[in-house]
Write a protein that binds this ligand. Sequence first.
Ligand SMILES: Nc1ncnc2c1ncn2[C@@H]1O[C@H](COP(=O)(O)OP(=O)(O)OP(=O)(O)O)[C@@H](O)[C@H]1O
Length: 685
Amino acid sequence: MPAGRSAGVGARREALLAGAHAAEVSEKATVAALGRLAGVGYHLLADRRWPGSRTANVDLVVVGPGGVFIVDTKWWADVSVAQGRIFRGQDDVTEELYALADLGQTVEADLADVGLSPNEIHPVVVLHGRSGISETVASVRVLGEGDALRFIAGHGQRHTPAAVDLLLARCLDLFPAMGNADAAAHAVAVDPVRPADRAWEEPLLSDREIDAALFDSLLASPVEDWMAFLHPAQAKLVRRSFNGPSRIRGSAGTGKTVVGLHRAAYLARMNPHGKVLVTTFVNTLPGVMAQSLARLAPEAVDRVIFTSVHRFARRVLDARGVTVRVDPGKALTAFNLAWVRTGRHSVLGGIDLPVTYWQEEVVVVLRGRGITDFDAYADLARTGRKHRLSLEQRRGVWELHLAYDAQLRALGITDFAGSILLAEAALQSVPYGSAPGEESIAAVIVDEAQDLTCAQIRLLHALTGDAPDGLTLIGDGQQSIYPGGYTLAEAGVSLAGRGVVMDVNYRNTAQIVEFASRLVDGDEFADIEGATSRADRTDRVTRTGPEPVLWRGPQPDAAAALVARVREVLTGVGTDAADIGVLSPTHAGVQGALRALAAAGIPTINLADYEGVPVDAVKVGTIKRAKGLEFKQVLVCAVPAALVAADAQPPAADADRERWDRDRRELFVAMTRARDGLWVSTTGT
Ligand SMILES: Nc1ncnc2c1ncn2[C@@H]1O[C@H](COP(=O)(O)OP(=O)(O)OP(=O)(O)O)[C@@H](O)[C@H]1O
């Protein structure tokens, strides 16, 4: 045998032995570094078999109140992380983390069967002997050995002891012990021993630091159940991959927003190279969702943008240096001028419809689509509009639209619809992610998607195109409360069957669902998928409670009745002020309620000023502002009696019927905001 070859084999064997020794030492060091977690309810499963492999091992699986952590230790010198990739010296070794990332997904899939949110599973690489490193690479958390305990303990109290037992049992099955069966009992390192080769070194984390981390972990407030555990069908949906735009629909309270939030956190982890945008029509909901995400998945917070679609458009314009003044008040003046000078003298003036109908037609149907030539409007299906318009009448609308546009220009302003169109155009010249300081968006999740306009959907779709898991539309056509509407086909979005329907109501009591559903039972609405639809069925309602109350009385008594009910809820039922929502279809109703409650000394906050920061006051607002929110107790006031009467008959005229249907859907939205108790006051006949 040639001497050179023999020397080469020897050197490789030595390298292998050195590698094996390094692996053993570093694994022991990691177990030692994390051992103290056992004192606060964690189980450390050391040296387990890699699921599906006969020989490969997983260094450590940590299961406890903070979730499940799959730990691989690396003895890597000269490591750096840049732009989501990891390097050893000059070599990009990111691919070496893929197997652990894949293992994370295997574990997610397995534990989704018991409803564990995939956000509770953390593949972690621990860098031996290092400190001050906490990065995400290929959906794997890369930590210094001195950072690992704090990272795990920092997840606080997310799982009860019973849930931990459940997760532990699953993990013991999923990760069998290596070697002989006697060693199958899981290793719990309570009293860490420093590896011999490091006995002389300063500890990476002092005892005081460890104590502080463990203490903080024990003191952390528990999270709500749904933040960690979901229904298995929900947990699977959170991580389900769709090969293009998808839609999640379902009736009120079926957990669509919850799935959207978990999905946002999940996609944020899976896409280290782009942010996730969570958006909707109203300003209130994104703030509330952001607050929830901060507790549900704190690590995802800086990877997810929560904002309303209008604020997002503003952000796009600002970043591209487009100056535009959006002034809804002046825009209304501009429309009224256009009506007075053009509209009312046209064919439209002779039709028995309120001016607001034509305003909706121009602002939502035309400008909400960004239609730029009459022929396109002449052929438009006008989804969601019941009143048919002849070609001549459409020409009248077109003239009104041109007159309105001219007025806006003369005033040097635009309306909300105009700002969306400008943002859409701005993105065509400078795509999102190219403007200074802008990070690209990998996924967009739209809640209450049925409330958006066609142009808004186009704007959001442009951010991701048809990329897998790029666009997730969440909503319920039954809750659409804005005029007009659109179809996804018009917006250039094809779902191609990528739709999921959720059918278990987790929010309302059966009594509230029954009461609210009676109102809209059998009503039809235009769905964004293009068909005329009826409400999605709710297969199961998980909660029960008292019968809702319908208060009928003369107008002058309504304020006193409202105050009496709020007092009863505060003191009799024992609900905190912050968990009470007083909702009204009109601004006048909101102002009336605010005045009545203030006069009674009850603290209130207008939903128009509420963006999710907890405040100890009764929330009062229009139903539109309450979209997507929920309260333990809801009081709906100033409801026209004719809408809720048992024998209520829809008006015969098309346009009136359209308004009536919308008003009833709005009321349905208000009632289904209630978790436990519902009180509705009506006036009139
Ligand atoms: N698996 C679950 N277990 C317990 N509670 C859940 C679960 N899923 C959702 N919930 C709760 O149900 C309520 C309704 O959820 P969510 O707001 O996501 O419903 P939604 O479908 O978006 O409703 P809407 O369309 O009416 O706004 C929330 O309080 C949420 O925390």
